[in-house]
Write a protein that binds this ligand. Structure first.
Ligand SMILES: Cc1ncc(COP(=O)(O)O)c(C=O)c1O
Length: 472
């Protein structure tokens, strides 16, 4: 447990520093607190390096709101009087007290620093398996035939497509063969390639990545929102749309967090068969399920009606830019034609390395380790909230690298503003909502618990607890 967590758990005591602050004079409480802190630093009562008490205990001691203390600290960090380091609290900045006139100089407005990153985008970058990746790279490059270093086949290296066919059948329940697999530089690239061979409208989940909707719309494909409930996307709405394809996240709806109900998995295949349509299955984090074995991909139900797209962005790193599409046989030539006559996106060394990484079992081992790692993170998030903000519900299944915190109506904006003040990067639920959706907007926070390094995670949760709305 970090120091600040300990202090937060004991709000009645002023942790550490004995601060004699007089909030006298004119102005807001925040302004008076800032003046008192500046005066204490200038006079030498607070020396560089001194750790300030956590917001909650200083707020308790002074009888003011903890947001007032948080705001005052944040402003003084921007002014240079204090410094805040992820995981180690707020300190008096490590330099001589400013010149007396400096305080009066106009301050240049700076962007607030991110102290805690709970954005729902990345895995824990510190866990990238550098040593095993290097071992695979060395072995793969040494074993590669000379033609691997010539012009690349747009479908990708055969070594990678072969290991992918084996892995996806075994781990994700796909039915495929290497000739139906195309390597791409991640989901977004796969979607763009596929979109260029589709026509008409594409149905999407009412909550999803606007970036992915944007890719389809840039290509000229209209997107139609399907409502999302706790069973996933409302497949019964599909026949009422003019869509020929539907983009879904069946294993773990992004971002709301539920799996697609088995009846809806069957229903989407029925719809695709009767319509001659296509399911685009985004399996971005399907391997990360913590309460049970991962559910297999929908593709296994009908490989001729599903384009399955997977990626290393959650399992290894979003910087690798490696993914794969598994295509129905009748679409393969069109998608190859869309990609062009030669590989332009995915480097051969990374492709061969990933093939070796799969083949030697390193990918499975890495996933096993990461499941434990993220499961612990999720459990800590859930237990911290149960203890300190029991009125906030964590929705969605125990899976993936993010969770949604359900907020009372009309509190999302205030929570995001408070997060910015805390230097806490996170996202609200509203930006994920399709602009044409008829669903009632939900207030929530989408918390990526994968990103912070281990040592900073508890402090990030502390900061998170401070920005949540109080119990009604
Ligand atoms: C919903 C969703 N789909 C797909 C991806 C993977 O995208 P890419 O492979 O383009 O990095 C992500 C992010 O990792 C995601 O959040």
């Amino acid at each position: 447990m970090s120091e600040s967590r300990t202090a937060e758990a004991e709000p009645k005591q002023t942790a550490g520093t004995d601060l004699h602050l007089e909030l006298s004079g004119e102005g807001s409480l925040r302004g008076r607190l800032m003046r008192a802190l500046r005066e204490a630093i200038r006079s030498g009562r607070l020396v560089p390096g001194t750790r300030l008490p956590p917001y909650r205990s200083l707020a308790h001691d002074l009888g003011i709101a903890r947001n007032t203390v948080a705001d005052a600290y944040a402003e003084l960090v921007e002014e240079g009087w204090l410094s805040a380091r992820q995981g180690s609290g707020t300190h008096v900045a490590g330099r001589a007290a400013p010149h007396p006139n400096q305080e009066r100089r106009p301050q240049r407005r700076t962007r607030r620093r991110v102290l805690h990153d709970l954005m729902p985008s990345s895995p824990d970058a510190a866990t990238f398996p550098r040593a095993t990746w290097l071992t695979s790279a060395r072995r793969a490059v040494a074993a590669a035939p000379n033609d691997a270093f010539g012009v690349g086949d747009p479908r990708g290296r055969p070594e990678l497509r072969e290991t992918l066919a084996e892995y996806l059948a075994r781990a994700r329940g796909l039915r495929t063969e290497p000739d139906r697999i195309m390597v791409c530089s991640g989901f977004a690239h796969g979607l763009r390639l596929l979109g260029s061979v589709l026509e008409g409208a594409v149905a999407v989940e009412s909550y999803g990545l606007d970036f992915h909707r944007g890719i389809l719309e840039e290509i000229g494909l209209h997107t139609v929102p399907l409502a999302v409930d706790s069973y996933g996307a409302r497949i019964d709405e599909l026949p009422g749309t003019d869509a020929n394809a539907v983009l879904l996240t069946p294993a773990h709806q992004f971002p709301t967090g539920g799996p697609l109900h088995p009846e809806r998995r069957a229903a989407v295949i029925d719809w695709a068969r009767s319509r001659g349509g296509l399911l685009v299955e985004d399996d971005y984090d399907g391997e990360f399920r913590y309460d049970r074995q991962p559910v297999g991909a929908v593709q296994g139900l009908d490989p001729d009606r599903v384009v399955y797209i997977g990626s290393t962005s959650k399992s290894l790193s979003p910087a690798l830019r490696l993914g794969w599409m598994v295509l129905p046989g009748w679409l393969v030539d069109d998608v190859i034609a869309a990609k062009g006559p030669r590989e332009m996106w995915s480097g051969v060394v990374d492709q061969l390395t990933l093939a070796d990484f799969f083949a030697c079992g390193a990918y499975d081992r890495h996933l096993r380790r990461m499941r434990q790692h993220y499961r612990r993170r999720r459990d800590l998030l859930v237990s911290t909230l149960a203890e300190r903000a029991p009125h906030i519900k964590v929705s969605g299944i125990s899976a993936g690298l993010h969770a949604v915190l359900e907020l009372p109506e009309n509190t999302e904006d205030a929570a995001l503003q408070a997060a910015r003040r805390q230097g806490l990067a996170l996202e609200g639920l509203r930006p994920y909502r399709h602009p044409d959706s008829t669903m009632r907007p939900r207030d929530g926070l989408v918390i990526g618990y994968g990103t912070p390094p281990d040592h900073a995670f508890a402090a990030a949760l502390d900061a998170l607890c401070l920005v949540l709305p109080d119990a009604p």
